[in-house]
Write a protein that binds this ligand. Structure first.
Ligand code: EPZ
Length: 419
């Protein structure tokens, strides 16, 4: 069943604990393959993408046990180096298992990864990086076969600070002899979290969070117990929900220092924010101010993963707004569905810009989630709209948001599955 009816119940007056970070948990789950012993991860969100990562670990021979947000992985015996097609096609992050497999087993086989369709999403930087480290990479039909008789540390300069390529190459490079320097590396918090995890495991990674990451390969690993940070995108999603529905929201487990650009945009829009450690209170303004021109950008810029969720809120702003997407070639897929709810948004495909007309109140409609974050944008829209909204293909949203129907109810909305 994947159709959810949402009814907005007016201004929020709620408190919510933010889930653990999806995009940090996935590469750390892959990194568990590096250690022929036990890894325990705490605070992992129980979402579809994590379930897929667990299935991949099991298919490769690892033992995995889950207990709420705690995952125990025992990777003493890795018996398989082929990642099953059905899991590769489910999510983009499946690709980072290749780097870990190369480091541990010197072999990795997989088809091209699936995941949200945000325009062209090649993995050429990952594969070229593997080759620089001394792997043979062959592509037969859709199958990528990577193998090595031994990797050697080297310099790798990424053409773009790709998050996935940075993570994948960090994972592969820990298995190389000598030192690898990744230049133009992604600076995203998820890369910092992966580096922390690898260091806690006994490996040597420095520079994460800057554009140069240095990995000294060939180090011994040991058992590790690691706690994931809060999810900055989930936190931002619920803050925007508050902006759209009105009222106020207390969030706990917020990685505040990793959310500066999002919080600054919220303040520009009129939000009143109160921060106390990892707790954050947001009070929505009576009138939302438009965002004249905002560009998404790699960290520390405004995250592309927050762009879709911003659109429904800007519909009710005092003036028109303009958003430019610079990370992905086609990430305005929420627009078509928001238009069904009354939004007046036009997209310039060539310039990758969306013009959002302000002063528009959205109404409930039958819509369909095109991908994870565009789906989250529809939830936000529904929570501030007049009347019922029915969101089809809701499973896209469940890939990234833990117990989302419970969350909608905590926020004061009504959520009910329909056939
Ligand atoms: C990660 O995707 C995130 N996913 C995405 O979050 C996020 O939108 C993205 O980083 C950017 O922040 C995970 O962490 C699981 P990229 P990733 O490689 O690694 C181009 C969400 O909603 N590129 O940084 O796939 C690519 O086409 C998801 O949670 C190449 O050309 O993103 C894109 O234009 C969606 N060749 C740009 O780089 C490559 O080999 C950035 O992609 C790799 C990337």
């Amino acid at each position: 069943m994947s159709r959810l009816r949402i009814r907005n119940c007016g201004p929020l007056q709620a408190e919510l604990r933010v889930q653990g970070s999806k995009n940090s948990s996935l590469p750390c789950l892959a990194a568990a393959l590096l250690h022929p012993g036990t890894t325990v991860l705490e605070g992992v969100p129980m979402i579809e993408d994590v379930a897929t990562a667990i299935e991949i670990l099991r298919a490769l021979g690892a033992g995995v046990w889950t207990d709420e947000g705690r995952i125990t992985i025992c990777a003493n015996d890795i018996t398989n180096t082929r990642i099953p097609v059905q899991y590769m096609k489910k999510m983009r992050s499946s690709a980072v298992f290749m780097g870990a497999l190369l480091a541990r087993m010197k072999n990795a086989e997989a088809v091209y990864p699936g995941g949200c369709v945000l325009g062209n999403r090649p993995i050429n930087f990952h594969l070229e990086g593997f080759q620089r480290l001394g792997c043979d990479v062959a592509v037969q039909e859709d199958v990528i076969i990577a193998k090595t008789s031994g990797m050697t540390g080297t310099g790798i300069k990424l053409p773009f600070p790709s998050v996935g390529a940075t993570e994948n190459l960090m994972l592969a490079a820990v298995g190389a002899e000598g030192t690898t320097m990744i230049e133009n590396a992604a600076k995203e918090p998820e890369v910092i979290e992966l580096a922390r995890f690898l260091n806690r495991m006994g490996l040597e990674v420095s520079g994460a969070g800057t554009s140069k990451i240095c990995i000294r390969g060939g180090q011994k690993t040991h058992d590790i117990h690691f706690c994931m940070s809060g999810d900055r995108i989930a936190a931002g999603t619920w803050l925007l929900c508050c902006m759209n529905a009105g009222g106020s929201l207390w969030l706990d487990n917020v990685p505040v220092s990793w959310m500066r650009s999002t919080l600054s945009v919220l303040e520009q829009m009129g939000a009143s924010l109160r921060i106390d450690g990892t707790r954050l209170e947001c009070t929505a303004p009576q009138k939302i101010r438009a965002v004249k021109h905002l560009k998404t950008a790699p960290y520390p810029g405004f995250p592309t993963d927050m762009q879709s969720q911003l659109l429904p809120v800007l519909c009710r702003a005092d003036e028109d707004s303009c958003i430019c997407e610079t990370v992905f070639s086609s990430r305005f897929c929420a627009v078509r569905e928001l238009v069904r709810m009354g939004a007046r948004i036009t997209v310039d495909q060539e310039k990758n810009l969306a013009w959002v007309q302000g002063g528009v109140r959205l109404h409930g409609a039958d819509v369909s989630a095109p991908d994870l974050r565009a789906g989250a944008a529809l939830v936000i829209a529904a929570m501030g709209a007049g009347g019922d909204t029915i969101i089809d293909n809701f499973y896209h949203i469940e890939r990234g948001y833990e117990r989302i129907t419970d969350t909608i109810r905590i926020l004061g909305g009504e959520a009910c599955w329909i056939c």
